[in-house]
Structures are given as C-alpha cells and as structure tokens.
Ligand binder design. Structure first.
Ligand code: SF4
Length: 273
C-alpha cells in the first residue's frame, strides 16, 4: 500500500467548515456522545445498496428483505455502541427528535420510498470499465498539490446513474438521511473521480434526500468536477494539516458546533449557544 498521506471528502468538509473543528475532531479526537443517526444512516445505505444490486443482477427479493437488512444492521451497530460506551441507546444523541423508536417506525417507510422512486424514475445504473455497477463505488485517486507533493484521495460514491433526462453524461448521486445537503464540492469530487476511473463523461450531481423523498435538482458542477479543482482544494487541506495550521472560523457555525465544549475559541467568538 502507498505510504502517501490519505485524505477524504469528510475531512475536507470538516476542515472547510472550520479548521479548528477539524483539528479537534480528526486529530485530537475529542470524545462525543454516541448518536442514533449515523448508525441508522449506515443501515439505510446498506439496505438500499442491496436493493439496487439485486435489481441490477435481476434477483428480486420481497421488500421485507430490505427492511430486515436495515433493522438488523441498525440494531447490531447500536447494540455494539451501547456495549462499548456503556451508555443506554435511549440516551444516544438524536437529530430533530429522530430517536431509535423513530427509526424503527420510519426506516422501512424511507426504504419503501426509495424503491418507489427507483421504479418511478427508472434511471439506469452506470457501469465501470469492467461492467461493475456504480453502486457504493470505492475510489482512490492520486492528487498533486501546487508545490508538487502527492497524496491520495479516497472515498465512496453512493450511486452513478445514466440515461437521466436533461442530464448530459452520467449523474453522481449522494444519498442523505439527514435533513441538509452537503457542499457541492462533494458531488464535484465524485464526478471527477468517476470520470478519472472510467473515462465516462460526468459533470452533474444531485443529493437524494431520504427524509424528503426526492432528488435535489441535478446541478451542473462545472470546474468543481475537474482534477484541477481537486488538486487545488484537497491540496490546501493537505498542506494545512501537514503544517499544523488550523485557524478557528468563529461565526454562526459555533452555535451548533459539535465540538464547541472543547473549543477554546467558542466563548470568545461573540456567539452564544
Ligand atoms: S466552536 Fe467555532 S471556532 Fe470552535 S471549533 Fe467550533 S466552529 Fe470552530
């Protein structure tokens, strides 16, 4: 395995939001209480991944099969987290009131809605050079900083669809189980990585918002979907981390910052929680 530094989209998003937040989360690794949403989201991704693979390989299963995958994985992960942290699941952090019971009740419905959306749109799944379906595609590409230093960017692309009306080329899609979309750089990264790996034309992306049951309007990503943009953006992250420079970005983000209680700048930011 290459000994080059490895970077990821989530690192970049955290660093872009606030470099000090990145330092506390990724380097200091401050302890945060366990949450329900990350495990429920992972289980949702697994269930919908199984659904799309089964459709692609023409091996249909009853919908209950995907409910079971969701519930089994969520329960297993939460139980392991409960044992590790010795905190009861009922006390895990939630997002907008969506606790464990909410996910048990609503998770299968979200999967139903995804399946209905797939039927309704009937978008094709793109394939790579080996004919493999673009479902949870692992990518690992080498990038170059402006000063010539090389590093690795890796991650997963949830889906790449093809034959999407009004989209020229392939469409990269990130599935979101939270309420907010991510930065466009995430989609630009996936589009550039997909093109780099396969040679397929791709400069458009969208978020599938599970809690809103729908696809965001596909966005043309322009220069964001280029290796030049990735070299520049992620190169700055790599340079900042290697130099140990993490300026705090004090502002409204501080109000809901999840590492606020560990941040020495939170109380001098002039922003109250
Ligand atoms: S509280 Fe504000 S300055 Fe501190 S890490 Fe969070 S966002 Fe950054």
């Amino acid at each position: 395995m290459s000994d080059l530094t490895r970077r990821s989209v989530s690192q970049f998003i955290s660093w872009q939001r606030c470099p000090e937040q990145y330092r506390l989360e990724k380097i200091v690794k401050v302890q945060r209480g366990p949450d329900v949403w990350s495990h429920a989201g992972t289980a949702y991704h697994t269930a919908t991944e199984h659904y799309d693979r089964d459709q692609f390989y023409d091996r249909p299963e009853p919908v209950e099969h995907y409910y079971d995958i969701f519930r089994d994985q969520m329960d297993q992960m939460l139980t392991e987290e409960e044992a590790r942290t010795e905190i009861p699941i009922s006390e895990f952090r939630t997002s907008k009131g969506a606790d464990y019971e909410w996910w048990v009740d609503h998770g299968p419905g979200l999967i139903d809605e995804y399946i209905a959306w797939r039927h309704e749109t009937d978008y094709g799944i793109a394939v790579d050079k080996d004919g493999q379906p673009a479902i949870e595609v692992h990518f690992e590409i080498t990038l170059t900083r402006l000063d010539g230093e090389k590093f690795i960017l890796n991650g997963y692309i949830d889906r790449v669809f093809t034959d999407v009306p009004d989209v020229h080329g392939d469409l990269v899609v990130d599935l979101k189980t939270g309420m907010s979309q991510s930065d466009q750089i995430q989609l630009g990264t996936y589009a550039a990585a997909w093109h780099q790996m396969t040679g397929r034309y791709c400069d458009t992306g969208a978020f599938y918002m599970a809690r809103k049951n729908g696809l965001s309007t596909p966005r043309w990503l322009g220069a964001l979907a280029s290796m030049r943009a990735l070299n520049g953006a992620y190169g700055e992250l790599d340079r900042s981390v290697q130099a140990g420079i993490f300026p705090p970005r004090m502002g409204n983000e501080c109000i809901s910052c999840f590492v606020r209680e560990h941040c020495q700048y939170a109380d001098v930011s002039g922003i109250s929680s």
